[in-house]
Design a protein. Sequence first.
Length: 168
Amino acid sequence: MHDREILDSGVGLTGSTGRFQKGESAVTTEPAKTFARMFRGYEPAAVDAYIEKLITKQQLLLDEVESLRARLKESGDEAAALRIEVAILTDEVAVLTDTSPSPHAMQHRMAKMLRRAIFEVSEMHAEARAEAEALIASAEADAEAEAAKAQTAVGGDSRAAKSPRRRV
């Protein structure tokens, strides 16, 4: 008997016409099959037909699993391609937003430039403050060194030691 004919016969299928449609899940539970008793056991033709039907159903299920695996791989490949396309489109939108003549886009660009300018000014301010503090510390150290040198040169003159330090 041909595979499809065995399944189409409907032997042993519950709640089904026995026909599988494309895309329809072939998973059904098999009811307990009863066979007619004969003198020394069951009727061999009925048992053989049932086993052949189960083997055919198993092969159809294995084919469906393979088909689903192939579809899953195709879907994964398609999803990866779509992710790449989304990334490209996102980049294009960013470029268009940065170059658009619309008032909203111009406002966005101006706000972005202003934020960057404020950031750079604050960095420059911090660097200038650090440089000024370093120069002041250096000048104070030089002044103290000069004062100590002058004091030793004068020979311990009390006026030189008591003179106020000028801050640079």
